[in-house]
Design a protein around this ligand. Structure first.
Ligand SMILES: *Cc1c(COP(=O)(O)O)cnc(C)c1O
Length: 952
């Protein structure tokens, strides 16, 4: 026998692991579509005049092993010191049971935002626990889940205070003791909408009759802990609202903001078990009084009932979402920080109130021991009373001590030129304190008996009220209980680890395990965002290289990694455009053209920078109505600031007129914002920066493999052309002049390894192939469903881009079947529904992505065809119009165990085409009643019999 070398490539990540269909399957699919080759399909789909000239090239694609090896090497260039810099970021212990069973568990991290409540009960419960925890700790009535970071949450609180307050004042007061990045982000947000910021000392500079609200940090950035009750009373006398930015761990031992009269509390739950990660992602929280609940931004989980009257969770007050309210929405927050909120809530479930309180007390004891020691060394320590943070006056010794700290493995905070700040945390050990003393010149103080421990918490703001009283926070402390609780909730949900999630515009593609591995390495996780520059070479190398690649992909000249969601990217982009216009002496330009088909975050964002939204019509074929666009651009030429378009369009088509639309905008002095959420249809084929775009955001949590986490985290970096580069968001910690849009200089950098690993392991060619296959998969579905569902919009050649809109509206007329019925019946078939009623009401938008195999696409198509056939039976009078599998979907085990009196079989109910026999996904609840939940708003854990026997 002669030896024949194999040509099989087991390590081809792009074609064997990331891209679903095998070459053989692709051939069959192309046959069904009716085209010769993948490239001819692309030629028919993507207009030739916008095609990218040069191929993406950054060398050979790496294998999974080599990718991890490379990331390891770069990660090691970060130096992991003990950072006691504080300023909103603290060392914390992620309980291993949470690390492995949530953060590293695809059942949790690959889930989508819980818009479909029936398949989201697990994460909805975890998020409801989060809201309950926040409301308890802050002493307020209602909390959301969640906001992007503490600084943007503070900015949201500011605008919410303006909406909710009855004061006519236009000023907002910021306590100078707020963290600098919080002050900076609030300033950025205030200026375009005409809010005047006053920063000062609340005792001397706050004039309550002159402001609509004020914000205080608690504890303050230098450690101060004080009672704000009198100040808040004074504000209330003049109808102004009070916001407190509170550290949730400190609230375990300190009087709650609600008990001081605060109207809104915000803050970061980072130190509830989420690593610092060089700035994020972490969940910020917001809580408020019942009276203001309808002004609250972000997502709120509520309790409702299902069609059997059983308790079921859901997103509450959904009518406030941007898709409906558009420029009148309370904020543009869409992707938030669900996964991190789940982690924080589980930290509270794991430790319970006693554990949390003990952790806070131990931290305080460390801080006291530290302070007493430093005082013995002759340093002046302030404040007199504190929780975890102290400030030390060091005069000209500052540099020497900071350097000595680093030599001892510890980062301390430089304050001005003569003070040092120290915040101790859950990771602090006695040795840490001793190393600090050493850095301050103290030797052998370890066993000094005169360092007596005492409380230095202010007695007038000591916490007396209870918190975390709900039984869920009082489980038996055995890890077996915790593991099973986490598993139980995960099993209630349908995430990507069970089935394809064909959500249009959301690009639910593979989140490869390899890509996820580096994010839990300490070299990425345990880094403070304000750590000295020479300790973060690895982060900078990664950010620079990923930015270079994203520039190549988009055709832009510079990238800002600061925005931590797509909507934040839009905001950063419009702020950049606004800065640019201002610098050109065009500050009057304030009109933003937005097509009707735009994502709701577009108008919501335009409003946040003070822009006037002018809506442009869609033509019959779904494209932007160019005549209407031109007319409106001309009409507003004098004041045109920008247009916001999406490409390929939200209708799933590569419009031929995109260059024309960009040209018209430029002719009239406007800048072009191209929403890059659909970049998955363009990578390697079309560059937004080369077809007329001036700025775009990328959703790294869509196109570049960061998982959705059940509604966050995300990253929304923006790319800009050269002329806008100088106006990108800056950051005070980097001494940059332009104001920041996020708390941390690089947004949520600890999840960037995911996108970077994806780019490295795919290579330029692999990424381009992925785009082509994404288009192939969408066209395959469109073709297979032809005749059953009309594809609403196609290009002239009859092709769709990477997604397609299926028209389910005719079923409403012919059979009384709604888009909801179809979506819920898909659950019986073992699928998450496609995007519902957006961008066209009553339709479904399907985006399969390149990661789905032909078998999975066929399973989906079979399910859709079976649903069409069920509707046909209603049309033909073969089955009742009200009592049928579509109206009764989803079917649960509860339906089966009772008496079966339906005009269709149990078999048909539970095993429609698509459903797996043995591995069937069972929805834990029947169809959820949304309006009941809004009428009877309950947004914290209800006392439930399930928990009655729970006991520590
Ligand atoms: C997802 C999406 C956004 C918003 O992105 P988030 O990360 O959710 O804030 C904006 N535009 C379009 C078209 C999108 O699909």
């Amino acid at each position: 026998m002669t030896f024949k070398p194999t040509t099989y490539q087991p390590y081809d990540f792009a074609n064997r692991r990331h891209i679903g269909p095998s070459p053989k399957e692709m051939e069959k699919m192309l046959e069904v579509i009716g085209t010769d080759s993948l490239d001819s399909l692309i030629d028919e789909t993507v207009p030739s005049d916008i095609r990218q000239q040069d191929a993406l090239d950054w060398g050979d694609a790496l294998s999974e092993r080599d990718t991890l090896f490379h990331l390891r090497r770069v990660a090691k260039k970060n130096k992991v010191l003990t950072s006691l810099i504080g300023q909103g970021y603290y060392g914390t212990m992620t309980p291993p049971v949470i690390l492995r069973n949530i953060l590293e568990n695809p059942a949790w991290y690959t889930a989508y935002t819980p818009y479909q409540p029936e398949i989201s009960q697990g994460r909805l419960e975890a998020l409801l626990n989060y809201q309950t925890m926040v409301a308890d700790l802050t002493g307020l009535d209602i909390a959301n889940a969640s906001l992007l970071d503490e600084a943007t949450a503070a900015a949201e609180a500011m605008t919410m205070a303006q909406r909710a307050s009855k004061s006519k004042a236009t000023k907002f007061f910021i306590d100078e003791n707020c963290h600098p990045q919080n002050i900076a982000v609030m300033k950025t947000r205030a200026e375009p909408i005409g809010i005047e910021i006053v920063v000062g000392n609340p005792d001397t500079d706050l004039k309550a009759d002159d402001v609509f609200g004020a914000v205080f940090q608690y504890p303050g950035t230098y450690g101060d802990v004080r009672d704000f009750t009198a100040i808040i009373e004074n504000l209330h006398e003049f109808k102004a609202l009070a916001v407190m930015i509170a550290d949730p761990l400190a609230l375990a031992v300190l009087k709650a903001p609600g008990e001081m009269g605060a109207d809104i509390a915000v803050g970061s739950t980072q130190r509830f078990g989420v690593p610092m990660g060089f700035g994020g992602p972490h969940a910020a929280y917001m809580a408020t009084r019942d009276a203001y609940k309808r002004s609250m931004p972000g997502r709120i989980i509520g309790v409702s009932i299902d069609s059997r009257g059983n308790k079921a969770y859901r997103l509450a007050l959904q009518t406030r979402e941007q898709h409906i309210r558009r420029e009148k929405a309370t904020s543009n927050v869409c992707t938030a920080q669900a996964l991190l909120a789940v982690m924080a809530s589980m930290y509270a479930v794991f430790h319970g109130p006693d554990g949390i309180k003990a952790i806070a007390q131990i931290i305080h004891q460390h801080a006291v021991r530290l302070a007493v020691g430093l005082e013995k060394l002759g340093f002046k320590v302030s404040p007199d009373v504190f929780f975890d943070t102290i400030t030390v006056e060091v005069g000209s010794m500052q540099g020497v001590i900071l350097n000595a700290g680093v030599a001892n493995g510890i980062n301390l905070r430089k304050i001005g030129n003569d003070r040092i700040g120290i915040s101790v945390d859950e990771q602090t050990r006695p040795e840490t304190i001793e190393a600090i003393w050493t850095s301050f010149g103290g030797n052998d103080m370890k066993d000094d008996p005169t360092i007596a421990l005492d409380y230095r918490l202010p007695s007038d703001v000591a916490r007396t009220s209870e918190y975390l009283t709900h039984p869920i926070f009082h489980m038996n402390r055995a890890e077996s209980e915790m593991t099973r609780y986490i598993r139980k909730l995960a099993d209630r949900d349908l995430a990507l680890d069970r089935a394809m999630i064909p959500l249009g515009s959301c690009t639910m593609k593979l989140n490869a395990t390899m890509e996820m591995i580096p994010i839990t390495w300490p070299e990425f996780g345990d880094i403070h965002p304000f750590a000295p520059r020479d300790q973060v070479d690895g982060y900078y190398e990664m950010i620079d290289d990923l930015s270079d690649k994203l520039c190549q992909i988009t055709g832009y000249d510079a990238i800002s990694m600061q925005p931590n969601s797509g909507a934040q990217g839009e905001y950063a982009g419009l702020i950049t455009i606004r800065n640019y216009h201002n610098a050109q002496g065009n500050s009057h330009r304030n009109v933003c053209l937005i097509p009707t088909s735009a994502h709701g975050t577009n108008p919501a964002t335009a409003q946040m920078v003070g822009y006037k939204v002018v809506v442009v019509k869609s033509a019959e074929n779904g494209d932007i109505d160019v005549a209407d666009f031109r007319e409106k651009a001309e009409k507003h030429a004098e004041n045109l600031a920008a247009c916001m378009i999406t490409y390929p369009s939200t209708h799933g088509v590569f419009e031929e007129t995109v260059r024309e639309v960009c040209d018209i905008t430029h002719q009239h002095g406007g800048q072009v914002y191209i929403d890059g959420a659909n970049m998955n249809a363009m990578v390697g084929l079309v560059q937004p920066g080369k077809i007329g775009g001036d700025v775009s955001h990328l959703n790294l949590h869509k196109t570049f493999c960061i998982p959705h986490g059940g509604g966050g985290p995300g990253m929304g970096p923006i790319g800009v052309r050269e002329h806008l580069k100088a106006y990108l968001p800056g950051h005070p910690e980097l001494n940059e002049a332009v104001g920041p849009v996020s708390a941390a200089p690089f947004g949520s950098p600890s999840i960037l390894p995911i996108s970077w690993a994806y780019c490295l392991a795919m290579g330029g060619e692999g990424l381009t192939q992925a785009t082509k296959v994404a288009i192939l998969n969408a066209n395959y579905i469109a073709k297979r469903l032809e005749g059953a569902f009309e594809v609403l919009y196609t290009s002239k050649s009859g092709r769709v881009a990477h997604e397609c809109i299926l028209d389910t509206r005719p079923l409403k007329d012919s059979a009384g079947v709604t888009v909801d019925d179809v979506a819920k019946r898909l659950i019986d078939c073992g699928f998450h529904a496609p995007t519902m009623s957006w961008p066209v009401a009553g339709t479904l938008m399907v985006e399969p992505t390149e990661s789905e195999t032909k078998a999975e696409l066929d399973r989906f198509c079979d399910a859709m065809l079976a649903i069409r056939a069920e509707a046909q039976d209603i049309e033909d009078g073969k089955i009742d119009g009200e009592n049928n599998p579509l109206k009764n979907a989803p079917h649960t085990v509860e339906d089966l165990v009772g008496e079966w009196d339906r005009p269709y079989s149990r078999e048909q109910a539970c095993y429609p085409p698509g459903a797996f026999r043995v591995d069937k996904y069972w929805a834990p609840v029947n169809r959820v009643d949304n309006s009941y939940g809004d009428r009877n708003l309950v947004c914290s854990c209800p006392p439930l019999e399930d928990y009655a026997d729970a006991a520590e």
